[in-house]
Write a protein that binds this ligand. Structure first.
Ligand code: ATP
Ligand code: MG
Length: 339
């Protein structure tokens, strides 16, 4: 029996890169049944809600969703539909790998970049507990809420991930020298849990220093675990190290449902032109395949991506090439078929 997966095509370049990703997963011979559901801005226009109940029910049933980028319509009471889905299913670990492909020449090609950012996905400044102080918005206040429980859960996830993936080091990135309580709690929990994993090296690093070290010596990083806002920023930085947003996937892992998506947004500037790079979402599809137990297929996909990108003629505009989304996808499917 085929495994059912919820599928959200999304907004902007979403439909283009989702279609490309679905055709590639089908070319891998994985027997998935896609249950297409709606969310985002296009959905709001058609159905009057950006996140229909049916979508949440589908994800709850299938426990797995592949999602294109979503635009959050203004004035719907949602801060972000992406964040709303992550919150609804308590997808607490956002895993964003950035590995430099041998197929590409970037500024960092003469170094090794193979970094996974594990971002806490439920707390911190992203709670959005904010208000303005009258009169005339003369001040504004935001509450950063951090619980010991969530710190433990994300740090454990990072160490277990490192073990499972055969990685050797976890770097906890924080600003505990200034945010002594909120980031201090994360650091304290990290140092304590690290003692349980004596097979994995542990270090902590202040976020500003981490930004510099990531650019100067990216080869020194392996798994990074950090809080929500820093994780958002650092994972764009690591995406830049390996060639940009068109290449980097993200997984949102929960105890139950998990969601797989690209790190990038809806890219309105190139939407509808058929030129988007679908690799980030395809790699998210690869993470999903690994998560569902299709490990060989996930490896074959990554191998085919490397082989395809190695030829400059197959590269999309963000990588300096001229290929369309369809041309790249077709070349990738041929590479898969050649095995
Ligand atoms: P959002 O608010 O939806 O997150 P954003 O303003 O953060 O959007 P992105 O959509 O992430 O921006 O895009 C940032 C830049 O990267 C844009 O110039 C966009 O065209 C480019 N970009 C993003 N994704 C891709 C892709 N898959 N292929 C090519 N270019 C991309
Ligand atoms: Mg963005």
């Amino acid at each position: 029996m085929s495994r059912k997966v919820s599928l959200i095509r999304g907004d902007g370049i979403g439909p283009e890169i989702v279609d490309a990703t679905v055709s590639v997963i089908e070319a891998l011979g994985v027997d998935l049944e896609w249950e297409e559901v709606r969310a985002g801005s296009g959905c709001f226009k058609d159905l009057g809600t950006p996140l229909p109940e049916e979508t949440l029910l589908s994800i709850a049933r299938n426990q797995c969703v592949l999602k294109g980028p979503l635009e959050t319509p203004i004035g719907t009471g949602f801060r972000s539909i992406n964040v709303a889905i992550r919150k609804h299913f308590d997808m607490y670990a956002n895993v964003r790998p950035a590995r430099l492909s041998p197929a590409l020449t970037t500024r960092f090609s003469d170094t090794k970049v193979d970094i996974v950012v594990v971002r806490e996905n439920t707390e911190g400044a992203y709670c959005g507990i904010e208000h303005v102080i009258p009169p005339n918005r003369s001040a504004a206040e935001s509450i950063i809420l951090v619980t010991r429980w969530a710190c433990e859960r994300i740090v454990r996830y990072a160490f277990d991930f490192a073990r499972r993936e055969g990685r050797s080091k976890v770097t906890l990135v924080h600003k505990a020298n200034i945010l002594k309580e909120t980031n201090g709690l994360l650091l304290e929990v990290g140092q304590s849990i690290a003692r349980e994993y004596d097979d994995i090296q542990f270090e902590d690093m202040i976020v500003d220093n981490a930004c510099m070290q990531l650019v100067m010596r990216p080869e020194n990083f392996d798994v990074i675990v950090t809080e929500n806002l820093f994780g958002d920023i650092l994972s764009d930085l690591t995406a830049g190290l390996i060639g940009g947003l068109g290449l980097t996937p993200g997984a949102n892992i929960g105890e139950g449902a998990s969601m797989f998506e690209a790190v990038h947004g809806t890219a309105p500037d190139i939407a509808g032109k058929g030129v988007a790079n679908p690799t980030a979402l395809m790699r998210a599809g690869g993470m999903m395949l690994g998560h569902l137990g299709y490990v060989d297929e996930a490896q074959l996909l990554e191998k085919a991506i490397t082989a395809t990108m190695a030829n400059p003629e197959n590269r999309t505009g963000d990588l300096g090439g001229k290929a369309t989304t369809k041309q790249y996808t077709q070349a990738l499917i041929s590479a898969i078929q050649e095995g």
